[in-house]
Design a protein around this ligand. Structure first.
Ligand SMILES: Cc1cc2nc3c(=O)[nH]c(=O)nc-3n(C[C@H](O)[C@H](O)[C@H](O)COP(=O)(O)OP(=O)(O)OC[C@H]3O[C@@H](n4cnc5c(N)ncnc54)[C@H](O)[C@@H]3O)c2cc1C
Length: 444
C-alpha cells in the first residue's frame, strides 16, 4: 500500500480521492463517521476573521492573502491562497461528476450568505446546488415553508428573524402527512420519503399553491437522499419558483449525501474505506533501531490489534469532535494517534468558538418570541407549569388541615408524574392536570 489515510471525514475522503487519482494505492481506516454528518454540507472558507468576529468576510481568498501579514503561521497562509483555490476548484469539478454539484456566489470569489435554521446569515464559500438559491444577495422575496409537527424547523422563527435583518420573508406550513404517515420521523427518513416521485409531485403542487410570483421557497434540507437532483428539479418545475434547502439540526442530509457520494466514488476507484478501525498507536522505530519514520500504525478491532504498513500515512482525524484530539479537565489537549505537538488556544472557550459563534450572534433573541430554545410548545408549557404548581400549593396551604393531609401530600408529589420529552412530557402534563383537579376537589 502506498498511502494509509486515517480518518473518513471530508479531509480523509478527499485526500484519498486525490491520491488514488494520482495513481497511488490507498486505504482509508477510520474509527467512525466524520463531522460531515453534522455539518451544513457547505464548504466554508474563512467566514470570519479573528479581528472581526461579528462581520462575515466578503472575499475570503483575498482575506487569506491579508492574513499573511497578521497571522503568518495560519494554515491557510502556509498552504497559500492559490492552493486553497485549486482545491476548491477540484472539489467543484468532482462534485459535478458525482451528480451532487456545488457552486459559489454569483460573483466569483465572494462568500455566499445563507440563512441558517434560526434565520441567522452564515457565510459559506461553496454550497450544494440545492442551497444556492438561498443566497441573500438574490433579489427574490422569501417564503419559508415548514411542516406541522416537524421538530427543529420553525419557519416563523426563520422568517421573522430574516425580516428583522431587513429581508422580506414570510412563513407557511404544510401537513407532515404529505411526507410521511408516521409522526416521529427524523430528517433522514423524510429525505428518503422524498426519494419517492409520487410524494414529490404532491409536495410540488402544494408549493405551487403557496408560492407567489417573485418569491423563492426555503424548505428544510430533506429534498431526497439518493434522488435529490431529480427532487430539486421536479419541485422547482412544479412550484414555478426557485427552491432552496436550509440545513437543519443533525443528522445532516446534505452532509450524508456528500459522504455517500464520495464513498461510492472511492469504492469505484478501488479504495477501501474501513470504518470501525481506530488507530491506537504507531511505531517510529525501524528494525535496525533507527527512529524517525513511521513504520506501522496499529488499529483496534473487536478481536486483536492490526498493524498497517504503508509508504506514507496521512492523518485526517479531525479535531475534538472527530476524535483527532482529546482533552482532560485540566485543559491538557493532545493528538490521539501520533502524539504530535499542538498549538492550542490558551483560553478554553476559544476551542468551541466556531460552534458557538452563531448562538452568540442570536443572544438578543433570548427570552423573546424568537428564542429558538423557548419557542416550542413544550417549553411554553414548562414555563406555565411553574405558576400552575405555585397556585396549586397556595390553594392546598389555604385549605390544609389534619383531615386532608394525605391529599395535600399527593398534590405536592404530582410533578413526579411529568417525565420524558416532548409528546411524552405533554401527555404527563395532561395527566398531572387531570389528577390535580380531582385531588383539589377532595381537599374539602
Ligand atoms: C455542527 C458542525 C457543523 C459544521 N458545519 C460546517 C459546514 O457547513 N461547512 C464547513 O466547511 N465546515 C463545517 N463544520 C466544520 C467541519 O465539519 C470540519 O472542519 C470538517 O468536517 C473536518 O473534517 P475532517 O475530515 O478534518 O474531520 P472529521 O470530519 O471530524 O473526521 C475525522 C475522522 O477521523 C476519524 N478518527 C478520529 N480519530 C481516529 C482514530 N484514532 N483512528 C481512526 N480514525 C479516527 C473519525 O472517526 C472521522 O472519520 C462544522 C462542524 C460542526 C461541528
Amino acid at each position: 500500500m502506498n498511502l494509509l489515510v486515517i480518518g473518513a471525514g471530508l479531509s480523509g475522503l478527499m485526500a484519498a480521492y486525490s491520491a488514488a487519482k494520482a495513481g497511488l494505492r490507498v486505504q482509508v481506516a477510520a474509527k467512525g463517521l466524520g463531522s460531515m454528518h453534522w455539518s451544513a454540507g457547505t464548504v466554508d472558507v474563512m467566514g470570519y476573521t479573528s479581528e472581526e468576529m461579528s462581520r462575515p468576510v466578503h472575499q475570503p481568498l483575498d482575506a487569506i492573502q491579508a492574513l499573511s501579514h497578521t497571522h503568518p503561521e495560519h494554515p491557510y497562509v502556509l498552504l497559500g491562497a492559490h492552493h486553497v483555490q485549486a482545491a476548491l476548484d477540484d472539489f467543484v469539478v468532482l462534485t459535478g461528476e458525482l451528480g451532487l454539484p456545488y457552486g459559489g456566489a454569483a460573483t466569483k470569489g465572494d462568500n455566499l450568505l445563507l440563512p441558517s435554521a434560526v434565520g441567522a446569515l452564515r457565510p459559506a464559500f461553496l454550497a450544494p446546488q440545492a442551497q444556492l438559491a438561498g443566497d441573500m444577495s438574490r433579489p427574490e422575496l422569501l417564503l419559508i415553508v415548514g411542516f406541522h409537527g416537524l421538530r427543529d424547523f420553525y419557519p416563523e422563527l426563520i422568517a421573522e428573524n430574516l425580516a428583522k435583518q431587513g429581508f422580506q420573508a414570510r412563513a407557511a406550513f404544510l401537513p407532515l402527512s404529505l411526507l410521511t404517515e408516521q409522526s416521529d420521523r427524523n430528517n433522514v427518513h423524510l429525505a428518503q420519503a422524498l426519494d419517492d416521485k409520487a410524494r414529490r409531485m404532491k409536495l410540488g403542487s402544494e408549493l405551487k399553491r403557496l408560492a407567489q410570483p417573485g418569491e423563492r421557497i426555503g424548505l428544510p434540507a430533506i429534498l431526497g437522499l439518493d434522488d435529490y437532483a431529480a427532487a430539486l428539479a421536479e419541485l422547482q418545475a412544479a412550484a414555478g419558483v426557485p427552491i432552496f434547502e436550509i440545513p437543519t439540526l443533525p443528522p445532516s442530509v446534505p452532509g450524508m449525501r456528500l459522504y455517500k457520494a464520495l464513498r461510492a466514488r472511492l469504492w469505484q476507484m478501488g479504495v477501501r474505506v474501513d470504518a470501525g478501525l481506530e488507530a491506537i498507536g504507531a511505531s517510529t522505530v525501524a528494525a535496525n533501531g533507527a527512529a524517525g519514520r513511521v513504520q506501522w500504525v496499529e488499529t483496534a478491532t473487536s478481536s486483536r490489534p492490526l498493524k498497517h504498513r504503508a509508504d506514507a500515512y496521512l492523518l485526517a482525524t479531525g479535531g475534538i469532535l472527530g476524535g483527532g484530539f482529546d482533552s482532560d479537565h485540566t485543559g491538557r489537549i493532545w493528538e490521539t494517534v501520533f502524539g504530535l505537538p499542538l498549538t492550542i488556544p490558551q483560553k478554553r472557550y476559544e476551542w468551541f468558538r466556531p460552534a458557538f459563534r452563531a448562538l452568540h450572534a442570536m443572544k438578543g433573541l433570548r427570552g423573546t418570541a424568537l428564542d429558538v430554545f423557548g419557542h416550542a410548545q413544550v417549553r411554553r408549557v414548562e414555563r406555565q407549569l411553574i405558576d400552575e404548581y405555585r397556585g396549586l400549593i397556595e390553594t392546598v396551604l389555604a385549605k390544609l388541615g389534619p383531615d386532608n393531609h394525605d391529599v395535600a401530600v399527593a398534590i405536592a408529589e404530582l410533578p413526579d408524574q411529568i417525565r420524558g420529552y416532548e409528546e411524552i412530557k405533554l401527555e404527563g402534563v395532561k395527566q398531572f392536570r387531570h389528577a390535580a383537579a380531582q385531588l383539589i376537589s377532595k381537599l374539602g
